[in-house]
Design a protein around this ligand. Structure first.
Ligand code: SF4
Length: 369
């Protein structure tokens, strides 16, 4: 059963300097047209119900009130249990929040990244700290009681003190969920070119790891429990939608560039806004269709599942593949245990602290071919 739907809104006011997401700065006319075709795609799915819906981007809150209403009305028909919308400071207002409330959006994810305006500027974000606080407080006033805040470490020029301030101040806002990511310098971004020219002052690996373990310990002591390498929540407020990905379960993605995983096949929609619209018009929006072999499915199950702090259930592996996990991965598991990168307890195999620090080394072990 497909439980999760991802809806992509590929528009932003302005591109952040580090961002390689599929998002563009485009006119409101194109945005409105895009939503028309997005709704056509949603209506063609032939599914009545999704347990989780995640509207991400880009910046979903950039849409006009009218387009947002059309989209949310359509999505509310699926009666999702968890209905998340990504909201960026500077694009949120009372009318949009009222609309989200009335169509059942029950979880917001707001991107802050850093508490310091000088770092927000460095990242090319469109908002200031005050802009973020206005949005956050407005959402609370509208009764949203499940809010995620995104924060980021290893930002150029970010000191350890800056990071401590970000973590402590964000904790003080008492969000139900925090995602804490390390900045990744992606190719084809302005940051990539700046880094190549030696213009970015990034912290070294040891400090980056110290920043990571600081946020883990600080949030856990505050009752925000780590349930995935980069995600923390009050127990019961874990993001069910994202857990679908980490459990390697099926999902559908709609919109430009959105990925789907259905019946052992992965595919994506055309990436550009115009080519996506053209694709929906002609019934030809899908591309990159890949059939996943059982070997690949097992690999994905391992390296996605190990991102979860509880790790992989040996029983779930057996139920899904009809074979004992040790029959497939005994050599890899034993080697990683020897290296102190994974451990096993109560039927679960999980990363150790050292394994979290060296997670790529662990994940690569499960790649076949
Ligand atoms: S707001 Fe998010 S999606 Fe948009 S450019 Fe910035 S990082 Fe990328």
């Amino acid at each position: 059963m497909i439980r999760s739907l991802y809806v992509h809104i590929p528009f932003c006011v302005k591109k952040c300097l580090y961002c390689d997401f599929n998002s563009y700065s485009m006119s409101s006319g194109i945005q409105d047209e895009y939503v028309e075709y997005l709704i056509k795609e949603i209506n063609s799915l032939g599914i009545d119900r999704f347990q989780t819906i995640f509207v991400g981007g880009g910046t979903p809150t950039i849409l006009s009130l009218e387009s947002m209403e059309k989209l949310l009305k359509e999505l509310s028909k699926f009666s999702p249990m968890e209905f998340t919308l990504e909201a960026n400071p500077g694009t949120l207002d009372d009318d949009k929040l009222k609309l989200m409330n009335s169509y059942g959006v029950n979880r917001l994810s707001i991107g802050l990244q850093a508490w310091q305006d000088r770092l927000l500027k460095k990242l090319g974000r469109i908002h200031t700290l005050d802009g973020f606080l206005n949005s956050y407080n407005m959402a609370r006033r509208h009764g949203f009681n499940n809010i995620n805040i995104d924060i980021m470490f290893d930002i150029p020029d970010q000191s350890f003190e800056d990071w401590i301030e970000t973590v402590e101040k964000v904790k003080g806002l008492k969000p139900e969920h925090i995602s804490a990511y390390s900045l990744i310098i992606e190719e084809e971004t302005p940051f990539y070119d700046m880094n190549e020219k030696g213009l970015l002052n990034l912290v070294d690996e040891e400090n980056e790891r110290n920043m990571y373990w600081f946020v883990v310990e600080s949030l856990e002591a505050f009752g925000l429990m780590q349930y995935e390498i980069s995600n923390f929540s009050i127990p019961g407020y874990e993001c069910r939608h994202n857990i679908t990905y980490w459990l390697n379960e099926e999902y559908i993605g709609v919109g430009a560039g959105a990925h789907s995983y259905v019946s052992g096949v992965r595919y994506s929609n055309k990436k550009g806004v115009k080519s996506y619209i053209e694709g929906i018009k002609t019934g030809n929006a899908k591309e990159n269709i890949t059939f996943i072999s059982t070997d690949d499915e097992m690999s994905e199950f391992m390296f996605l599942g190990l991102r979860m702090i509880n790790g992989i259930s040996k029983e779930r592996f057996n139920q899904r593949f009809g074979v004992d996990i040790y029959k497939v991965y005994s050599r890899e598991i034993e080697e990683l245990k020897e290296l102190g990168l994974i451990s096993e307890k109560d039927g679960f195999i999980k990363l150790t602290k050292k394994g979290i620090d060296l997670s790529n080394q662990v994940f690569v072990k499960f790649l076949r071919g």
